[in-house]
Design a protein around this ligand. Structure first.
Ligand SMILES: NC(=O)C1=CN([C@@H]2O[C@H](COP(=O)(O)OP(=O)(O)OC[C@H]3O[C@@H](n4cnc5c(N)ncnc54)[C@H](O)[C@@H]3O)[C@@H](O)[C@H]2O)[C@@H](O)CC1
Ligand SMILES: Nc1ncnc2c1ncn2[C@@H]1O[C@H](COP(=O)(O)OP(=O)(O)O)[C@@H](O)[C@H]1O
Ligand SMILES: [K+]
Length: 483
C-alpha cells in the first residue's frame, strides 16, 4: 500500500528524527537523492546546464546542496535566487564552493533559455496559498522555456495537503519527494503538475504514525483482496448481485452495468427492470425480472441508478432498493435528490459513486469547487451521508464514513471519460460488494480494476471494450500473487 501524510504529520516526524541525528543530516540525504535523480535525467545529454530556482526556505536549501553535487560532477549550475538575502546560507556556500554561479530573478529568462534541466526549489511543504507574483512569474518563464523540470519535494504552487492549485504552479517531469508522499502528489489537480514521483528514503518511516492520511492500493493489495472461488463454492455462496438499472429510454445502461457485474467475481447477476430484453440478448447468463427489485429474489448487494431516468417509477425503484437490508451502491440517476437522512438511516452499508457534477449537486456546491478540492469534497460526502463515497474523475478518491485514510486510485486514463464507463464501474463494484468485500475495499478494488481495464482496452476504449478487457486484468492481478 502506498501512503501519504499531511504536512503537520511530516513536520512532527521530521522533528523527532532530526533530534536523533547530527544537524544537516536530513537535508544532506534529501540533496543526495535529488542530485542522483537529476544526474539520471542529464545522462547522455551533450551539454549539462542546470538552473536552480531557489526560494527562501529549506526547499531552496535542498536545491542548492543538490546543485553543488551536480556542479562537482561537472554540470554548469546557475542558481536563480528569489530573495538573495534569505537563501539558505549553507546551501549557497556549498554551491559557490563547487563552482556554481548565482543569478538574480531578472537574469532568469536568459539562464533558462540555455538550460538542459531546471530544479524547482521555490517551495515545498512550506508553500502556502498561490505562488507570490515573483515566483509565479518564474513558473511562467519555465513553462514557456519548455525545459524539463525536476521538482524538489513538491511542484511549487500546489497545496501539499489538498492537491489544490491556485493560479500558476510549476509543471514538473519528475518530482523527487522526501520521506513520504504528500497528499498533493497523488490527487489532481496537483498530481498532474508532479509528473513522475520518486520517493527518497531519508529515514522518516519509523517516525510516521501507523495511520496515513491517504493510501493507494498496489497490485499485491488488490490481488489479496480479489475474491477467488474455492472447492466449497457454489453460485449462491460466491454472492449474488442485483442490478436495478436502465429504462425504456436507456436500456444500454442496464447492459453495461450488468456487464461490469458479470466481471466482478460474484456467482450470479440478477437484473430487475424494464431493460430485461436488452440485457438477456447481450448476456444470457443474467437472471432477469421486470418487477420491483425486492421481487427479484435474494441478493447480497444491489446497484441502483444507472440510466433509470427521473420519473416516479425511477424514484420507486431507488426507494425499494434502499429498503433492502444488504449493501447498496447508488450511482447516476439514483443520486438525484438523495436524502442524507434516508441513507444514514439504512441498516446496511451504502456506497455512493458520483462524478464531480453529481457530487456538487449532493453537496449543494458548484462542480468546479469539487474538482478544485476533491479530497475535501469526498470526505464531506462520506461524512454527510454516512456512506462510502467514491468520487470519480481525473483522480478517483474513496472515503469511508468512519474516517481513516482516503484511498486514491492509482490506475486509469482520461480515455475512460467515455459514455457508459461509469455504468460498468458501478456493476463491477456492486459484484465485489456481493462477494463480501467491505464497501471501502469493494469500491477501491473496483476502481483499480476499471482503471487498468481502461488502459488495457484498445485505444480509444468504449464502455463495452473496457468491460471486455476486465478478464485479462483479473488474470494479471491474480498471477501477481502467485510466486
Ligand atoms: N524539515 C526537514 O527535516 C527536511 C526538510 N526538507 C525540505 O524542506 C522543505 C520545507 O522547508 P521550509 O519549511 O523551509 O518551507 P519551504 O522551503 O517549502 O517554503 C517556505 C518558504 O517559501 C516561501 N513561501 C511560502 N509560500 C509561498 C508562496 N505561496 N509563494 C512564494 N513563496 C512562498 C516562504 O516565505 C518561505 O521562505 C521540504 O519541502 C523539503 O524540501 C528536506 O531537506 C528534508 C528534511
Ligand atoms: N480525466 C479523467 N481521467 C481518468 N478517468 C476519468 C476522467 N474522467 C472520467 N474518468 C473516469 O471515467 C468514468 C466515467 O464515469 P461517469 O462520469 O459516470 O460516466 P458515464 O455516466 O457516462 O458512465 C469514471 O470511472 C471516471 O473516474
Ligand atoms: K518545489
Amino acid at each position: 500500500m502506498r501512503t501519504a501524510y499531511r504536512v503537520e504529520t511530516v513536520r512532527t516526524a521530521e522533528r523527532a528524527l532530526m533530534a536523533r541525528l547530527p544537524e544537516g543530516t536530513l537535508m544532506a540525504r534529501a540533496a543526495a537523492g535529488l542530485a542522483a535523480a537529476c544526474a539520471d535525467l542529464l545522462r547522455g545529454g551533450r551539454s549539462r546546464r542546470v538552473v536552480l530556482l531557489v526560494g527562501s526556505g529549506d526547499n531552496g536549501g535542498d536545491a542548492l546542496y543538490a546543485g553543488a553535487r551536480l556542479a562537482r560532477r561537472g554540470a554548469g549550475v546557475t542558481a536563480v535566487l528569489l530573495s538573495p538575502d534569505r537563501a539558505h546560507p549553507g546551501g549557497l556556500a556549498a554551491l559557490r564552493a563547487a563552482g556554481g554561479r548565482v543569478a538574480a530573478p531578472d537574469e532568469a529568462a536568459a539562464a533558462l533559455a540555455r538550460a538542459d534541466l531546471v530544479v524547482d526549489g521555490i517551495t515545498g511543504i512550506g508553500g502556502r496559498g498561490g505562488l507570490r507574483p515573483e515566483a509565479a512569474e518564474l513558473a511562467r518563464l519555465v513553462h514557456a522555456a519548455g525545459t524539463p523540470v525536476v521538482a524538489v519535494d513538491l511542484p511549487s504552487g500546489v497545496d501539499p495537503d489538498t492537491g489544490e492549485v491556485r493560479g500558476e504552479a510549476v509543471r514538473a517531469a519528475l518530482t523527487v519527494t522526501f520521506g513520504t508522499h504528500k497528499p498533493g502528489l497523488l490527487v489532481d489537480p496537483a498530481a498532474e503538475h508532479a509528473g513522475e514521483v520518486r520517493l527518497v528514503d531519508i529515514g522518516l518511516g519509523p517516525e510516521l504514525p501507523a495511520t496515513p492520511d491517504l493510501t493507494a492500493l498496489e497490485p499485491a493489495d488488490v490481488a489479496a483482496l480479489l475474491p477467488r472461488p474455492t472447492g466449497e463454492s457454489d453460485k449462491y455462496r460466491r454472492g449474488v448481485i442485483g442490478i436495478a438499472a436502465g429504462s425504456p429510454r436507456y436500456p444500454g445502461a442496464a447492459v453495461l452495468a450488468v456487464g461490469g457485474a458479470l466481471h466482478g467475481g460474484a456467482g450470479a447477476v440478477r437484473y430487475a427492470g424494464p431493460a430485461d430484453a436488452a440485457v438477456i440478448a447481450r448476456y444470457p447468463e443474467t437472471l432477469v425480472s421486470t418487477g420491483l427489485p425486492h421481487q427479484a429474489g435474494r441478493v447480497q448487494a444491489w446497484v441502483v441508478g444507472p440510466g433509470i431516468g427521473d420519473d416516479p417509477q425511477a424514484r420507486e425503484r431507488v426507494a425499494d432498493v434502499l429498503d433492502a437490508d444488504v449493501p447498496v451502491l447508488v450511482d447516476a440517476d439514483g443520486l438525484r435528490g438523495l436524502d442524507p437522512d434516508r441513507i444514514r438511516a439504512r441498516t446496511a452499508p451504502t456506497v455512493l459513486t458520483p462524478h464531480a457534477g453529481e457530487a456538487a449537486a449532493l453537496l449543494g456546491t458548484a462542480r468546479d469547487r469539487v474538482e478544485a478540492a476533491r479530497l475535501t469534497a469526498v470526505r464531506e460526502l462520506a461524512e454527510r451521508f454516512g456512506a462510502v463515497a467514491l468520487l470519480k474523475g481525473s483522480t478517483t478518491l474513496v472515503a469511508d464514513p468512519a474516517g481513516g485514510p482516503v484511498r486514491v486510485n492509482p490506475t486509469g486514463t482520461p480515455w475512460l471519460a467515455t459514455a457508459g464507463s461509469g455504468d460498468v464501474l458501478s456493476g463491477l463494484i456492486g459484484a465485489l460488494l456481493a462477494t463480501g468485500l467491505t464497501p471501502l475495499d469493494a469500491a477501491s478494488t473496483g476502481a483499480y480494476l476499471h482503471g487498468l481495464a481502461g488502459s488495457h482496452a484498445p485505444t480509444p476504449p468504449s464502455a463495452s471494450t473496457v468491460t471486455e478487457a476486465l478478464p485479462a486484468v483479473w488474470r494479471a492481478l491474480l498471477d501477481h500473487r502467485t510466486p
